[in-house]
Design a protein around this ligand. Structure first.
Ligand code: THU
Length: 143
């Protein structure tokens, strides 16, 4: 864990405090590090229609994309879990869209940390190359 990653975990912890989780009472925070050095945070946002819930990781990705950044080097995920908090399958898929090499820093409130790359968390995943074997051009990706 370098200083930048430690800062990312702290940012995720702060974001977690703002989670809207009245149904599960399970608060999650995420902090995504852009290639620019900017940090985008997210928390889970639950809904009375449970399936409409947003996870913390996807909230952070949405904030980053809306902020104009598409290249990421790391994401920290923090919850009050017994071990490091791993991202759910949907969030793994969403992270894979933006990079196989993104470091996923899984942490909890008691200081446990485990780091894996997206490619390790979602091996043999479905990606954009399946839709366009020759590659998706920047122009197409701008859509
Ligand atoms: N949750 C996240 O925010 N991220 C994950 O990767 C796992 C689950 C949230 C969704 C829901 O609000 C609560 O945790 C319980 O599942």
């Amino acid at each position: 864990m370098n200083a930048e990653w430690r800062r990312l975990v702290e940012a995720a912890k702060e974001a977690r405090e703002r989670a809207y989780a009245p149904y599960s009472r399970f608060k999650v925070g995420a902090a995504l590090l852009g290639a620019s050095g900017r940090i985008y945070t997210g928390c889970n946002v639950e809904n009375a229609s449970y399936g409409a819930t947003w996870c913390a990781e996807r909230t952070a990705v949405g904030a980053a994309i809306a902020g104009g950044e598409r290249s990421f080097t790391a994401i920290a995920v923090v919850a009050d879990t017994g071990g490091p908090c791993a991202p759910c399958g949907i969030c793994r898929q969403v992270l894979a869209e933006f990079g196989q090499e993104i470091a996923v820093i899984m942490a909890n409130l008691r200081g446990d940390v485990e780091v894996r790359r997206v490619r390790e968390l979602l091996p043999f995943g479905f990606g954009k190359e399946a839709l366009a074997p020759e590659g998706v051009s920047e122009r197409d990706a701008d859509g």
